[in-house]
Design a protein around this ligand. Sequence first.
Ligand SMILES: Cc1ncc(COP(=O)(O)O)c(C=O)c1O
Length: 348
Amino acid sequence: MTELLRAPYATGNDHAPPAARARPIRLTLNESPYGPTPTVLRALRNWSRTANRYPEFRPERLRRAIAKHAGVPVEWVTVGPGATGLIDQQLRRANAGDEIVGATPTFEGYPLLAAAHGLRYRGVPCRPDGSVDVDALAAAVTSRTFAVVVCSPHNPTGSVIPPADLDRLLSAVPERVRVVLDEAYLEFAEAEFGYDPLRSGVLAATHPNLVVLRTFSKAFGLAGIRAGYAFGAGWAVDEIRATEVPFAVGPAAEAAVPVALEAVAETRRRVTRIVAERERLAEGLRDAGLPALPSHANYLFLPTHDPIALADRFADGGIAVKACGTGVRASVGTATDTDIVLAWVRRA
Ligand SMILES: Cc1ncc(COP(=O)(O)O)c(C=O)c1O
């Protein structure tokens, strides 16, 4: 597979897709490969019978359930249509020409939404090992900085921010600048390393400019439901809450999220399975000459000089992965997906 990093694609049977699949395996969006649990499905079916009704004006029931789950006071929480919707709500407060400071490569929603709001995304390169350089982020803050964004685990590299680094960042950033701690993939890190989800709540209590962002799109497998939340103890989260759009969190989220939150054991089982698949995939890719970085999320990052070419080569095998700046990101799928990917890279 090292050849994939440089050789042009050779047409012929040797390089034909592993099976004549009608659709590529979708490993581009870091979705859960598992559908909703039976209890969530039942809740969704029940909801569909009352689709003529609006959801709550503001999602107060969900807010209470989420606060309990996250272990923070309910007043700290705001619920939105996915983490993406909450990012968009925050950026409405910025002035044209303001800057967002964050790592690069990163979750593409940040530069995209920054541009949509007339803001500049100042990207600070990740280190070669995929870690986020928080000192360089702090040094990049200027009088035009509206927010500093850090993702932990980081998308696309899968690195986590060590607690001491986060503390240093929070001390270095002026209090007028919001720090967004995006924990979209928290549950995968939590499962493996005892990444403490309650620590963010402790930090929020003493840093009014901290916004902790989470989603039901990843470990909970509800990407299509569009539900996420932010919490924090101060003005930064109050500002997001002030921009809540009435009825924006739909009835499918109202129905599914509380049930998903109760299915703790099933979610843990799925996360454990995905983490095990991730490790098997990483090892297989490395054996085939593709040096996957260690990851604490549900995807792997493969650094390369030509991400587009490498993504194209996977596509030739019927495997859709994402080219991201300095490498290619492959989401972790089912065991069958892993088998297909590894069979392909061994042959290619
Ligand atoms: C780091 C990060 N934050 C936020 C999101 C968006 O999540 P949501 O589906 O809740 O909008 C993603 C989605 O891939 C992500 O990777």
